[in-house]
Design a binder for this molecule. Structure first.
Ligand SMILES: Cc1cc2nc3c(=O)[nH]c(=O)nc-3n(C[C@H](O)[C@H](O)[C@H](O)COP(=O)(O)O)c2cc1C
Length: 374
């Protein structure tokens, strides 16, 4: 990955009801398949490389209905030609060998476009209502690290072996293996969070580290720390970074700001407060008190992944400037949510991405005059 590689874009698949903000503002977004199929096609035609399906098993503070992430991702893969689908999965609810098999099949059915986001979980009820134990925060991450190691071992070895505290493999040979795709040793493995445990896993085992919405310094701090863990693990430079943002691009800054103001003014206060108490208990449960959401304000939590904090809010030019700055600070990908998906994914593709590409070309030319001469 070089600084000259174009910034990539992913979108949050609205596979749960209620949209991406916990607000009564109008959201022209639908969690059903027909809407999502059209969205996926629009996205791949408008510069998006990835679609991230969320995993949620029960309603919580909105999201009354939820489509399952791996099956929904597969459906989107079959409805598209180039888009890569990332399915969020919980260690603790999946046996990793079964998931490895499912993803290998999805990879064959889609020409090598399957990926996973290993989420360690914040929602205790989801586990306890299914009768599964809810591990302490850092134990969840220790299990996730093993889970990722097991996936990689199964996908790459003909005699997969693993002897861990949570999982074991004995001379397991997955057939077929995932497709052999240039530039990718196996389906990509994403993982995210904010706590020390999440960052450590990012550096030690993930292909991609997802950051929640962050300002510039908050993002830089994570990139530096995750890269440090990667160096310690002998994986210098191996981790790529995605940053979450709720994007509001409008013709004028005033319109964009007004939309943000209305989202927050119409927030579902009970739902946001309920979410705040659940996740801050989950985040604060880390010894160092810096789990995701530990310092989020009410306004931040109206977008449940702190998406306003990245401030991709304004005119296309303003957003492109911030995107370039995040890229300079190590972002390889922006993970985006929108209020009105169909319309805004197209608007982003038509009005924002071209400016980002112009700025990338200018930057490349400044850094390498030979490029300018070409
Ligand atoms: C980009 C991103 C996507 C996530 N998607 C999900 C999801 O679909 N389902 C879920 O239960 N948790 C999801 N999480 C939450 C993580 O599993 C984890 O609980 C959270 O990041 C708390 O992290 P921390 O305590 O390590 O800071 C996501 C986190 C990030 C950053």
């Amino acid at each position: 990955m070089t600084a000259h590689e174009p910034l990539k874009f992913a979108y949050w698949v609205p596979n749960v009801s209620g949209g991406l903000v916990t607000s009564a503002i109008e959201q022209r977004t639908d969690w059903g398949y027909d809407y999502n199929k059209r969205l996926a096609r629009l996205a791949e035609d408008n510069g998006f490389e990835y679609a991230l399906s969320q995993v949620r098993y029960i309603a919580s503070y909105g999201a009354a209905y939820q489509h399952e992430s791996t099956s929904f991702s597969l459906a989107l893969l079959l409805a598209t030609e180039r888009l890569k689908a990332i399915a969020a999965v919980h260690p603790g609810l999946w046996q990793p060998g079964v998931l490895a098999k499912l993803v290998a099949t999805a990879d064959h059915l889609s020409g090598g476009r399957a990926a996973v986001n290993v989420v360690s979980g914040w929602f205790k009820d989801e586990f306890t209502k299914l009768g599964e134990p809810w591990l302490e925060h850092d134990e969840r991450y220790r299990r996730s690290e093993e889970f990722i190691r097991v996936l990689r071992e199964i996908w790459t070895s003909d005699h997969a072996e693993f002897n861990g505290d949570f999982y074991r493999l004995h001379d397991f040979d997955l057939k077929p293996k995932p497709l052999d795709v240039p530039g990718r040793p196996h389906p990509e493995i994403f993982q995210g969070g904010n706590s020390t445990a999440a960052r450590r896993n990012g550096g030690r085992v993930s292909d991609w580290y997802f950051s929640n919405g962050k300002d510039y310094d908050g993002f830089t701090e994570q990139v530096d720390e995750v890269n440090g863990y990667a160096v310690d693990a002998g994986r210098a430079g191996a981790v790529r970074f995605g940053l979450n943002a709720f994007l509001i691009a409008r013709d004028s800054e005033r319109e964009a700001r007004e939309t943000l103001r209305e989202i927050i003014a119409k927030a579902d206060v009970d739902a946001v407060e309920g979410f705040r108490s659940a996740v801050q208990q989950a985040g604060a449960s880390t010894g160092d008190k810096r789990g995701m959401w530990a310092d989020s304000s009410f306004d931040d939590l109206v977008q449940y992944n702190d998406g306003f904090r990245s401030q991709l809010i304004g005119t296309p030019e303003q957003i492109a400037d911030r995107a370039i700055e995040y890229k300079r600070r190590g972002a390889n990908l922006l993970l985006l949510g929108f209020l009105h998906y169909h319309e805004e994914v197209e608007y982003f593709g038509h009005h924002v991405i071209p400016i980002i590409r112009e700025k990338e070309a200018e930057q490349a030319a400044r850094e390498d005059p030979l490029v300018a001469a070409r």
